[in-house]
Design a protein around this ligand. Sequence first.
Ligand SMILES: Nc1ncnc2c1ncn2[C@@H]1O[C@H](COP(=O)(O)OP(=O)(O)OP(=O)(O)O)[C@@H](O)[C@H]1O
Length: 264
Amino acid sequence: MTDTKKREDTHTADELGSRSDHSNHSEKEHRARASGASNDTNEKLMAVNMVERSFPVGGSTLHVLKGIQMDIKPRQLVMLKGRSGSGKTTLLNCLGGLDTPSKGEIWFNGLPFSKMSDDERTLVRRREMGFIFQAFALMPLLSAYENVELSLRMAGKPRSEWKKRVEECLELVGLAKRMHHRPFELSGGEQQRVAIAKSIAHRPILLLADEPTAELDTAMSAQIMSVFQNIIETENVSICMTTHDPTIMEVADHVYEMVDGKFI
Ligand SMILES: Nc1ncnc2c1ncn2[C@@H]1O[C@H](COP(=O)(O)OP(=O)(O)OP(=O)(O)O)[C@@H](O)[C@H]1O
């Protein structure tokens, strides 16, 4: 897939149209997005321009990302593949604003994401992004329902919206019948589906997932990928995920292969 898809040309900040006012991301705007009102495939949701990331280690500098150039378009499923240590997590952390590039820039939804202050970036991240990790990151004593509800509570969504949205999200991931189970009463794949429901509940426009199928067998991984495809359609999100698994790459819109901090 990597080789069959032509990579986009380098783009500038001006090409990046803001798809919504991030400071007031309303239900109406979301519905407009979901109806395809902003579904211009030339539009870039995220643009990464010549990003480098280095860390001081001992007395020297470790160059981990060495000029990354990529973009994520609306409703795309983008995968980052590469050997352990190639820099995938470091890049994902930069995309999610958990870390910042040493050089280069990252634009998100028309905003100069990597140049914003930590507080501004945190705000954008909370409102517009969702995260899924390899280890499902669920609260063990809370039911699936309560876990998803917690994320709405943390995102500051009005209480009156919680019930409908929690049920909707659990239904989307195929867990409506298990919503009152606690994580230990669910399989690994089901727990990951709760984590996905939790990550989309506040209606992000970008989901970032670090090895979301690493703990799962082939059948469960395939289920997770089909849930991802489903939520791209129904929730109008883009997904960027890292993986080692060649079998799931077939469903990607684009695969970036990373070797030693660069795409090949
Ligand atoms: N904060 C840091 N300080 C120093 N070195 C770091 C730091 N973060 C990452 N590295 C180094 O950067 C390199 C890339 O790490 P990264 O976790 O991004 O790789 P990865 O491709 O995600 O690997 P894996 O698939 O095993 O998760 C590694 O050599 C790692 O030790």
